[in-house]
Design a protein around this ligand. Structure first.
Ligand SMILES: *[C@@H]1O[C@H](CO)[C@@H](O)[C@H](O)[C@H]1NC(C)=O
Ligand SMILES: *[C@@H]1O[C@H](CO)[C@@H](O)[C@H](O)[C@H]1NC(C)=O
Length: 348
């Protein structure tokens, strides 16, 4: 499946366009990833159009998630963040604390660490599991928009190259257990952002960057398309009578990014080089462990229904606890259970 891009398509794309969803379902292609509503190949287009809940939490019948023998991230994962454009300290703090929460052992149930346990179920050929240790590594600020305010899929690789070859404090080169996370500020447009993606992951090309480094990009959609990429803290105008939820950290754009960052980190670690864990026939358009659970945040989730989530005292919506904070993060596919699950699941 090709999205009509001239540049190579990243394997995991968090997608959202309703028009694309329609054409895609009607074309009968492989199951794929769309935001903000979950999708599986069997779901009826009309169910989406009218936002019916089908109580869908994933169906084992049709999902054939397979391991394709490639590497996964089994050793202590280090996240190297590139802050592209203007970021507030408070925004950085929310994102750093989410990443630090993945390996935090003392957050109350349901926790971010509990959410990561589903990722840890995945193994490589030798039976080694994905690492439970995820830590923040070096960071790079690209405050002056080194490659402009409109990035393409290829210029993203140039941004990463600049960060690892910078004269001062370059990011370390860590192809085995590094995860390069490019976060773009709200005034940056990235190719296909808002019209079809909220984030994606892929790996850098040695011919461009000098190394094969797995990376993920996630954009702050607050200005450009919160209704698409910060759902359910903002809702698209074309769905009537849908009310946004209050976001747990008081920043709609960044709270919306958290779930996309979680989505991409789960997929990058289980399919870093696009040859490990995915469903579907086409490795250039794979369906990965978070794609299968798009839009599902709790028991009963599906359609435009988030599933059963939690209400904080201040009215904010969340489904997991981290260090000092709460987050709303989508569920992930468990190949052991054969359905989508998360730490706030009511049935197990
Ligand atoms: C899809 O919806 C149409 C109209 O409601 C219905 O006739 C059809 O059987 C549905 N298909 C599936 C697979 O549910
Ligand atoms: C490692 O993966 C196997 C297979 O999914 C699973 O049974 C086991 O519980 C996992 N170990 C950890 C520590 O998650």
């Amino acid at each position: 499946m090709c999205l009509g891009l001239s540049a190579p398509s990243p394997p995991s794309t968090v997608l959202l366009s309703f028009a694309l969803l329609l054409s895609f379902l009607l074309a009968g292609g492989p199951v794929s990833a769309w935001r903000p509503w979950p999708q599986n190949g069997q779901m009826n287009v009309t169910d989406y159009a009218f936002g019916d809940s089908k109580k869908y939490e994933g169906s084992s019948e049709f999902v054939k998630l397979r391991y394709h023998m490639g590497p996964v991230l089994t050793t202590k994962i280090t996240v190297h963040t590139i802050w592209y454009g203007k970021w507030d300290r408070s925004q950085k703090k929310i994102i750093r604390e989410f990443i630090n929460s993945i390996s935090a052992t003392n957050s109350p149930h349901p926790s971010v660490a509990g959410w990561w346990r589903t990722v840890q179920l995945y193994t490589d050929q030798t039976g080694a599991n994905i690492s439970k240790t995820v830590r923040l590594g070096e960071e790079k600020n690209d405050r002056l928009y080194s490659h402009g305010k409109s990035l393409t899929r290829l210029s993203i690789q140039s941004v990463i190259k600049s960060a690892i070859t910078a004269r001062t404090r370059p990011l370390p080169i860590n192809p085995r257990s590094g995860l390069y996370l490019l976060l773009t500020a709200e005034d940056v447009y990235v190719q296909d952002f808002c019209t079809s993606v909220c984030g994606f992951h892929y790996f850098t090309f040695p011919s461009l960057v000098g190394y094969t480094l797995p990376y993920a990009w996630v954009g702050n959609s607050a200005k450009l398309c919160p209704g698409q990429c910060a759902y359910p803290f903002a809702v698209p105008a074309y769905i009537p009578n849908l009310k946004p939820f209050k976001s747990p950290n008081g920043d709609v754009g960044v709270d919306g990014m958290i779930s996309v960052i979680g989505h991409e980190m789960a997929e990058l670690t289980t399919n870093p080089l696009a040859n490990a864990w995915y469903a579907g026939q086409d490795p250039s358009f794979p369906v990965e462990i978070a794609d299968l659970c798009e839009g599902i945040y709790g028991t009963g989730g599906g359609g435009s229904y988030t599933g059963q989530v939690l209400d904080a005292r201040d009215g904010a919506t969340y489904n997991m606890n981290g260090i000092r904070r709460r987050f709303l993060v989508q569920w992930l596919w468990s190949h052991v259970l054969n359905y989508c699950t998360g730490p706030n699941a009511l049935d197990h």
